[in-house]
Design a protein around this ligand. Structure first.
Ligand SMILES: Cc1ncc(COP(=O)(O)O)c(C=O)c1O
Length: 403
């Protein structure tokens, strides 16, 4: 490790909260397409996109141009004033998901906070006790108190005292458990991820979510699709719920929506949007001019002709290659996911592989302990995928042969 890197690590330890543990020992200084370059100008293939954020890779020309133009005109005014960048992005969300209205916030957790507030206010308007929300084991909805309380993972709650009351955690993909629970009549919402991301790339069962959808409709329970990780093209459709022939009542977005700029959004029907009436919710930064301009470009690009068809081809390449690897490598237990939201469950902790991949010039990630997560930029090209997969295969072969 060179002295410059040592100094960066020492400053990190000295000046920053250590809540992320020790970060991987690399600082990316620039990016081009699906490549990253570190402090020593070493080139990496990016199969991670900064946790499914950098939808269009790095230095995407149209995004750059639009953002530079925006920086030169105005960054922020406030939600006291009109903002046609917000309306442009909201119109695209509406056109490509379901008709309704959008509220912009700054992150995934805030989008879910808004959804939780809306659902509770809606339920309470019907019956004082109708504020309970169901979420599923293995879910992840964010780190602020409401979203953290919705997250059905004890390790996320630990040490913070009582969580927000009114959340019930049910086993994922277990319809009988849900049927029994909703009988109380006090549920205002069910929140779910189409593919649990932090939970280990676990897709929701098709029949299960269809039944959940019907049960919600029958019982006036709002269905909230948390698409913070799966939204905006990641699974091969503009929104992941479109893979399941259901339409949620509320859609939450963040990550890939801004292609690197912080933004979140909650989208719902006209009728439900009115629940968060004047003075009941708001944010200073949410939907500022710059982040909404990014969202507009991302949505236009992802919905442009041929974009998702190309993504499907790339997805097929990944799944074909990875399933082929699985046949010969015992280390791989399962390959799952959809589109470019891919999990490879292995028979051991994945952090070592992540570090070794980095050393070989490939950026991947590990979630839920032993699930290697691959989420490249949505516009990654075939040649780069083949190169990256070659590195990945070599690595897994080495590991496979060691044990
Ligand atoms: C499904 C899901 N919901 C919510 C969040 C929280 O988003 P943020 O980190 O932007 O607050 C995440 C983050 O990983 C997520 O994957």
């Amino acid at each position: 490790m060179n002295n410059k890197l040592k100094e960066i690590i020492s400053d990190d330890n000295k000046y920053l909260f250590q809540n992320y543990g020790s970060r991987l020992a690399v600082e990316f200084k620039k990016g081009r397409k699906s490549f990253l370059y570190d402090q020593d100008n070493k080139k990496y293939i990016d199969f991670f996109s900064g946790i499914a954020v950098c939808t269009l890779g790095y230095n995407y020309p149209e995004l750059n141009k639009a953002l530079i133009r925006q920086v030169k005109s105005i960054l922020h005014t406030s939600n006291w004033f009109l903002n046609s960048n917000q309306t442009a992005a909201a119109e695209l969300i509406s056109l490509n998901s379901f008709p309704g209205k959008t509220l912009f916030v700054n992150s995934g957790t805030e989008a879910n906070e808004a959804a939780i507030k809306l659902a509770r206010k809606y339920g309470i308007s019907k019956n004082e006790e109708k504020y309970h929300i169901i979420s599923f084991s293995g879910s992840f909805h964010g780190r602020t108190f409401g979203a953290m309380s919705a997250t059905a993972q004890e390790k996320i709650h630990k040490g913070f005292g009582p969580v927000v009351p009114g959340f019930t955690y049910l086993p994922f993909n277990d319809i009988e458990a849900l049927k029994n629970e909703v009988k109380s009549g006090n549920y205002c919402a069910v929140i779910f991820e189409c593919i649990q991301g932090e939970g280990g790339i676990r897709p929701v069962d098709r029949q299960f979510i269809k039944e959940v959808h019907s049960i919600c409709n029958e019982n006036d329970i709002l269905l909230i699709a948390d698409e913070v990780q799966t939204g905006v093209g990641r699974t091969g459709k503009v929104f992941a719920f479109q893979n399941y022939e259901i339409t949620p009542d509320i859609l939450t977005l963040a990550k890939g929506l801004g292609a690197g700029l912080p933004i979140g959004a909650i989208h719902t029907t006209d009728r439900l949007s009115a629940v968060l009436s004047q003075g009941t919710h708001g944010t200073t930064f949410g939907g500022n001019h710059l982040s909404c301009k990014a969202a507009e470009i991302v949505l236009k690009t992802v919905t442009s002709e041929g974009f998702l068809d190309k993504l499907s081809e790339i997805s097929k390449l990944f799944f074909d290659e990875l399933n082929e690897m699985k046949k010969s490598l015992k280390i791989i237990r399962d390959v799952r996911g959809m589109g470019l939201h891919i999990g490879i469950e292995i028979d051991r902790d994945g952090l070592g592989i992540v570090k070794q991949a980095l050393a070989k010039g490939l950026v991947i990630n590990c979630t839920a302990g032993n699930v290697i997560r691959i989420m490249p930029p949505l516009n990654i090209d075939k040649k780069t995928v083949i190169k990256g997969l070659k590195i990945f295969k070599e690595l897994l072969m080495e590991q496979n042969n060691e044990n």
